[in-house]
Design a protein. Structure first.
Lengths: 459, 459
C-alpha cells in the first residue's frame, strides 16, 4: 500500500477501526507520515491523531512545523492535548511551548503540571536557553551514572532507558559525580567490550569533548563535525554540571539551516524563519524590501557621482557607454572575494587576524584578474564603432578596469573581516552591500582615469 | 601540557624516547594533533610518524589533507608506507590512492598486494565509485550477519569487531542473505533489549532506509538528515547487495563542503577543491578569471545597448545619471529571488514543477517591491538638482524601476528552475549571471520607458 492512498478516501473508513489504522501507519517512517499530514487541514489531522495511540500520535506531531502543531493542539480537548505533549520528546515539547505567547505558556504549563510536575521542571529548564544555542538544541534525556557503577549495572540501566524510550541516545553513557558534575564518558561500544565487574570510573574517557549551554549552534556543529561525534554533552559554565546532550542528527539540520540563512543574508535579505512557500507574502515583502530600500539609498551615491561628472559626460557621451560594463565587473570580482572570505570565516579556515595575508593575496589577485579583463576591455573600446578618440577611450576603459577590479578584491575581502572583527555577522547582506560600495568607488575611479587620460591627450 | 609545546623544541628530545612520545600524544584528540602536524614540513612529520606505533601514526595521517599525505608518504621507506596504508581506514586509504596518477596507483597497489591481497580488493572496490557519491563516501567496515544468527552470537560478533577496531560503526548490525542481499537492520539498542536466544530475523526491521552506490552525496546527506539516522547502508542497484555504509559524521562534512561549494558557485567562480589558503595563486586566478571573463563578454551587451541609445543620451545627458542606480536595484532584487529559489531547490522544498506557483508569487513580489522603491526613486529624480524636465525624469526613473524589479524577480526565480530542469546545477555562477542578464534587460526597459515618456511630453 502506498502512503498517499492511505490518507485518501480510505481514511474515514480506517478511522472507524483504530486497530487497522495504527497497523497501517506502522508500515511507514514517521517522517514520511508527518510530511503528508502537513498537507491536510489541522481539523483532519486532529481527528486522526485522536484515533491513534498517544505515543504514535506524539511521534507524528513532533515532526510537524511548530505553527501547524499549535493549530492542531488547539482543536484537541485539554486532556488529549496534555497527554500528547507529555509523550513528545523534551526538546520538541520545549520548542512547542517556546513559540506560544506568555499567557498561553502559563496555561499549558499549569495543565501539564497537574499531570506530571517533573515534566514542567524539565521543560522550564530547556526554556531557559536561547533556541539557537547548545542549551536550546539539547535534550535532557541521556544516561548519566555514578563512577562506581559496575559495567553490568550500566548495561541494565541502558536497557531500561532504551526500553522505556527515555534516552534519545544510549550510545554514550555519561559518568557524573556530585551535583551532576561531568567526570567522563563511556561509549556503548566500550561498555560491551569491558568485563561486567569493572567500574565505569576505570573504563571511562576523562578527556570529554563538551560544550557550554550558551555555545552558539554553529559552533556546536563545528565541534561535532571536527571530532566525528555521535553526541556532545552540554555543561553549565560555572560548575561543569551536565545539563543535556546534543545529538549529531540535530546538528545536520542545524548545518543545513545555517547554510540557507547565510545564503539568504549574502543574497541581500533578512533570512526566513520558514520555507519559501510557508513564508507569508507580506513577511517576504518586508524581509526583502527593507534591504532593497537600504541598498537603494546607498546607491544614491552613484547618482551623485554621475551628477558631479555631468559636464564630462556631456562633452564625451561615449564615456557613458562603458559604465555598466565596468561597474558590473567590479561587482563580480568583489562578490568572488567576499564569498571566499565569508565561507573561510564561517568554517573557521580564516580569522580577522589573517588580514595582512589576505590583503596581500587579494591585491595581487586584483592585479592579475584586472589585467586579464582589461586587455579584452581595451580592445572592445578601441575597435568598436566609429569612435572619435579610440586610443583615449580604450586606455580609459582598460586602466579603469584594472583599478576597479583591485578596489573590488580589496573591499570584497576586507569588509567581511572588518564586520567579523566588529562582532557582526559577515554574511549580512554582504554581496549586494559590497557591490554597491564597489559601484560608487568604481565610478569615482573611472571618471578620475578619464579626466587624466583625456586631459593628457588634449595637451 | 599544551599540545603546541609538545611539538616545539621538546620534539627532538621526545623522539629519542618513543615510549614517552606515544604517551604524550595519547593525551590529545587525533584531530587536534593532525591540525598541528599540518603546519610542520612533511620531513618532520614523516620522522615523527616513524617513531610512533603504526596504528597511532595512521590515525594522524588519515586526518591530514590528501596532498600533504602524499608528500609525507613519499619520504617514507616502502615497508613503512605499506604498513601505514594498511592501518588506515578503508575510505581514507581509497581517497589517498584515488588522487595519485595511474602509474603511482599501480605501484602502490602492487606493494599493498604483496602485504595483504584482501586490502587491494577492498580498495579497488571503493575506487570504482565517483568520490562524490554514496559509493565514494562509504566505508566497507560494517557488521553484516546472517538472519539465523542468534542475538548472543551477534553481540559476540559486535564485540570482536569493536575490539579489532574493524567496524567504523557497530551501532547498526545489517542482516544479509545470499549474495550479501540486504534483508534488514538491527540496532545495537535493539540487540541489547532482546532475548539472547532470539534470531536476528525475528527482531530486525525489514523496511531499511538505504541508498544506491551511485546516489549523489547531497542526496545521501538529505536522507540521513530527514530520517535522523546514525548511518545508512549502501546497496548495489541491481541485486540489492550490501556494499558498505555511510556514517552521519561523514555527512556533516559533506553538508559543510557542499554549502561552501554552492556559495562559491553563486559567488561567480569555479568551487575550490581545498581551503582558501591551501589553493595555489594561479589556480585561484584561473577559477575566478574564467567566470570573470565569461561574464565580461556577457556584459558587452550592456555596451551595445548603450551605444544604440547614444543619440538619446546625447540629447538628454541626465538620463545617464540614474543608470547605475536602476540596474543595481534590478541586480539586488534578482539576487534575492535567485538565492531563495536555489536554496529551496537544494534542500528539496521546491522543484521545477512548482514553476507556476513561484512565477505568480514573484511577479506580485516584483510589483510590491518595485512600487516601494520606485516611490523613493521618483522623488530622488524629481527633486534633485536643477533638472530641466523634473516630471519626465522622475516618471522615467519611477516607471523603469517597477519594470526592472519585476523583470529581475522573474528572471531571478525562473533561471534557476530552468537550469535544474535542464539537469544543470542551479547554483553555477547564478547570481552574477542573473545580474548581467538583468543589467541588459534593465537598460532596454529604461531606454524604452524614457523614449515613451519623454516622447509623450514633447507632443
Amino acid at each position: 500500500m502506498r502512503l498517499a492512498t492511505l490518507l485518501g478516501p480510505d481514511l474515514k473508513a480506517l478511522q472507524a477501526d483504530p486497530e487497522a489504522l495504527r497497523e497501517a501507519f506502522r508500515e511507514f517512517h514517521p517522517e514520511d507520515v508527518a510530511e503528508l499530514l502537513d498537507d491536510l487541514p489541522p481539523k483532519d489531522v486532529a481527528e486522526l491523531l485522536k484515533a491513534l495511540p498517544t505515543e504514535m500520535a506524539a511521534d507524528f506531531l513532533e515532526r510537524l512545523p511548530v505553527e501547524k502543531q499549535h493549530d492542531i493542539v488547539e482543536l484537541l480537548e485539554d486532556r488529549d492535548a496534555v497527554e500528547l505533549l507529555t509523550e513528545m520528546d523534551p526538546d520538541d515539547r520545549a520548542d512547542f511551548i517556546e513559540e506560544l505567547d506568555d499567557h498561553e505558556q502559563k496555561a499549558i504549563l499549569e495543565k501539564l503540571g497537574e499531570a506530571d510536575p517533573e515534566i514542567v521542571e524539565e521543560t522550564q529548564e530547556l526554556l531557559r536557553f536561547d533556541p539557537y544555542t547548545a542549551g536550546g538544541l539539547m535534550t535532557t534525556e541521556y544516561v548519566g551514572l555514578a563512577p562506581e557503577t559496575k559495567v553490568w549495572e550500566a548495561i541494565e540501566e541502558v536497557r531500561r532507558h532504551a526500553r522505556e524510550g527515555e534516552a534519545e541516545t544510549v550510545y554514550y553513557i555519561y559518568v557524573v559525580g556530585y551535583g551532576d558534575k561531568l567526570l567522563g564518558v563511556v561509549s556503548l561500544r566500550d561498555l560491551i567490550l569491558s568485563e561486567p565487574a569493572q567500574a565505569l570510573a576505570d573504563i571511562m574517557t576523562e578527556k570529554v569533548v563538551k560544550v557550554s549551554a550558551t555555545t552558539e549552534q554553529e559552533e556546536v556543529a563545528r565541534i561535532i563535525a571536527r571530532y566525528d561525534l555521535a553526541a556532545v554533552p552540554v555543561v553549565d559554565d560555572e560548575h561543569e554540571e551536565l545539563l543535556g546532550v546534543v545529538t549529531v542528527d540535530d546538528v545536520v539540520d542545524v548545518v543545513i539551516e545555517e547554510a540557507t540563512e547565510d545564503a539568504q543574508r549574502m543574497g541581500g535579505m533578512v533570512p526566513l524563519d520558514e520555507s519559501y512557500f510557508a513564508t507569508g507574502f507580506f513577511e517576504l515583502v518586508w524581509k526583502r524590501g527593507i534591504w532593497l530600500v537600504l541598498l537603494f539609498f546607498g546607491q544614491f551615491l552613484t547618482a551623485t557621482v554621475m551628477e558631479s561628472n555631468e559636464a564630462a559626460l556631456a562633452t564625451m557621451v561615449e564615456l557613458a557607454i562603458f559604465i555598466p560594463l565596468i561597474i558590473s565587473t567590479g561587482g563580480n570580482a568583489g562578490s568572488q572575494s567576499s564569498t571566499l572570505i565569508i565561507r573561510a570565516l564561517s568554517v573557521g579556515e580564516a580569522s580577522p587576524r589573517d588580514w595582512h595575508r589576505i590583503l596581500g593575496r587579494e591585491v595581487l589577485m586584483g592585479v592579475a584578474l584586472g589585467l586579464l579583463v582589461a586587455g579584452i576591455g581595451f580592445m572592445r573600446a578601441y575597435f568598436a564603432g566609429d569612435r572619435v578618440e579610440p586610443l583615449e577611450l580604450g586606455l580609459t576603459v582598460g586602466v579603469s578596469i584594472v583599478a576597479v577590479v583591485i578596489t573590488a578584491t580589496v573591499v570584497g575581502s576586507m569588509v567581511p573581516l572588518l564586520m567579523r572583527r566588529a562582532g557582526l555577522d559577515p554574511a549580512v547582506s554582504s554581496t549586494p552591500f559590497i557591490a554597491s560600495l564597489v559601484d560608487v568607488l568604481g565610478l569615482l575611479v573611472y571618471f578620475a582615469v578619464a579626466r587624466a587620460i583625456v586631459g593628457s591627450f588634449v595637451h
